[in-house]
Design a protein around this ligand. Structure first.
Ligand SMILES: Cc1cc2nc3c(=O)[nH]c(=O)nc-3n(C[C@H](O)[C@H](O)[C@H](O)COP(=O)(O)O)c2cc1C
Length: 213
């Protein structure tokens, strides 16, 4: 099967812990030949998390992609979250998939309720109404009943709920290993599997059992 080329992806970053997840996703999308363009929208609280966790201030919004990647970006364009009139606020804009990474409980609630009151919430609303891929990397712990009900509501409307939970069976040695493998799983959800994605092939015992005739 031919892989889709020239994909257009929206990446939203909200005020939940895990700014490094967004930074990794943007780096992988920038380097992915199947991706033509990335729209980046960061909420006010998301900008605060970039500053708190990565020491990166938004300053001139146009330069944010460069500051996050540590080099100039050919594909990523940062859009103001207040601009609910941006192209991605319309279903006529050909966005293939959207990630909310990380996704705060506040933005999750807005999306589940269809508030569409800022560009992140409206762009997500558009993905759901157009039946396109929307991945919510929800991050908080523990979850309240309200959080869980909002996740269920968003999932029933078509979103994929992908809590920012690392996994350990690839024997991570560094935080970057954990982050990379989680983000690879997120990108696989939108049809962009990465070469470095770890794939479980079974325990030695189950592999042996599989080879027995
Ligand atoms: C350092 C820091 C870490 C936070 N971590 C989380 C978190 O992991 N999950 C969450 O739902 N909210 C978290 N919050 C609270 C949200 O940022 C806050 O609810 C905010 O209003 C969310 O706005 P947004 O959805 O527009 O980004 C955190 C706030 C700060 C300052």
């Amino acid at each position: 099967m031919l892989e889709r080329q020239n994909q257009i992806i929206t990446v939203a970053v909200t005020g939940a812990s895990g700014a490094i997840l967004a930074q990794k996703a943007l780096a992988l999308l920038e380097g992915d030949a199947r991706v033509a363009r990335v729209h980046l929208v960061v909420t006010e609280a998301g900008q605060r998390l970039f500053a708190e966790e990565l020491g990166i201030s938004s300053g001139d919004l146009k330069k944010l992609p460069e500051r996050l990647l540590g080099r100039s970006s050919k594909k990523i364009e940062a859009l103001p979250n207040q601009d609910v009139g941006a192209a991605i606020a319309s279903g006529s804009c050909a966005v293939d998939a959207m990630l909310v990474i990380p996704c705060s409980m506040g933005t999750l609630a807005s999306i589940a309720a269809g508030l569409a009151d800022d560009l992140v919430a409206r762009a997500a609303d558009v993905m759901l109404k157009e039946s396109r891929k929307l991945i919510l990397c929800a991050r908080d712990t523990p979850f309240s009943r309200i959080h869980l009900e909002n996740m269920l509501r968003a999932q029933q409307a078509g979103a994929v709920i992908m809590p920012a939970i690392p996994f350990f069976y690839h024997h991570p040695k560094t935080i970057d290993d954990l982050v990379t493998q989680y983000v690879c799983r997120v990108l696989a959800q939108i049809g962009l599997p990465q070469e470095e994605m770890y794939r479980w092939e079974g325990t030695p015992a189950s592999k042996q059992a599989g080879t027995k005739s």
